[in-house]
Design a protein around this ligand. Structure first.
Ligand code: ARG
Length: 258
């Protein structure tokens, strides 16, 4: 009996050991751009990735305020329809005409970490709807959410060549407050596991976390990546639906001839 227990325990240890060796998002797996056509990444004018984003209307991309702050539209590109960052033929890289940043934004861990980019041309990819104020049940602790991005696949690792995804449950607000004293319940939620291992990471910021065909959050901040007791923190998007609708639903300006 005891020998069996030892066998089972060592098998368990061996399997967690291999899981740690091929961590990806951190602890995730590859995701397809066909299934997630609204997933985009942001680059500077030289093509270097710095954040993620989500297509929420044909010419609008939602991202984090901390991704957009201090940038001018001229040094920003939105890359859409491209699962493999090395595949220059896939999808398109489009320029930005306008950057909107939430007026109350100061820093990611104080909340309001949302921004909307208006694109110079509409994208041919299906947008993802934003969660509404009435979508409270999507934020119940235990709800399994899917986060996506091309960010680092380990805390000090490189960003990912391929689009990755990880499934993480919403954690109770009390857990988030214990992990981070500055956590603001009304503006944020946190998701992950008490033991860490699976998480978003640097480069995923601004990107989507989804459930039930809706964008429920924006990857915002966390201490390190996938650390025990330090879950990922996401913007509680339903809270910002009212602020975002006028920007996201605005029609592109009509150019009239003199
Ligand atoms: N702030 C990071 C970024 O700019 C995202 C951090 C997410 N961290 C985490 N542990 N989930 O990409």
């Amino acid at each position: 009996m005891r020998r069996l227990l030892v066998l089972v325990l060592s098998a368990l240890l061996a399997s967690t050991g291999t899981a740690a060796a091929d961590e990806q998002v951190v602890g995730g797996e590859r995701a397809s751009i066909e299934v997630n056509p609204w997933a985009v990444y942001l680059t500077d004018d030289r093509g270097a990735l710095f954040c993620g984003g989500t297509i929420v209307a044909p010419a609008k991309v939602l991202t984090a305020a901390h991704c957009a702050l201090g940038r001018s539209p001229a040094d920003l590109r939105v890359v859409a329809g491209r699962e493999d960052r090395h595949d220059r033929e896939a999808g398109m890289s489009v320029t930005v005409s306008e950057i909107w940043i939430h007026k109350q934004y100061v820093s990611a861990d104080e909340g309001e970490d949302v921004a909307v980019l208006t694109l110079k041309k509409a994208l041919p990819y299906t947008p993802l709807p934003i969660a509404e104020l009435s979508d409270r049940e999507l934020y119940q602790p235990g709800t399994q959410l899917r986060a996506l991005g091309w960010g680092r696949t380990s805390e000090n690792g490189k960003t990912s060549r391929y689009l990755m995804q990880a499934t993480v449950p919403v954690l109770p607000d009390d857990f988030c407050v214990d992990a981070y004293p500055q956590f603001v319940k009304t503006d944020m939620f946190c998701a992950g596991y008490e033991g860490g291992r699976i998480d978003t990471c640097q480069g995923d910021s601004g990107g989507p976390i989804v459930v039930a065909g809706k964008l429920v959050g924006v990857t915002s901040w966390g201490e390190g990546c996938a650390r025990r007791g330090k879950p990922g923190v996401y913007v509680r998007l339903s809270r910002y639906a009212k602020d975002l609708h006028p920007i996201v639903d605005a029609l592109p300006p009509v150019v009239t001839d003199p």
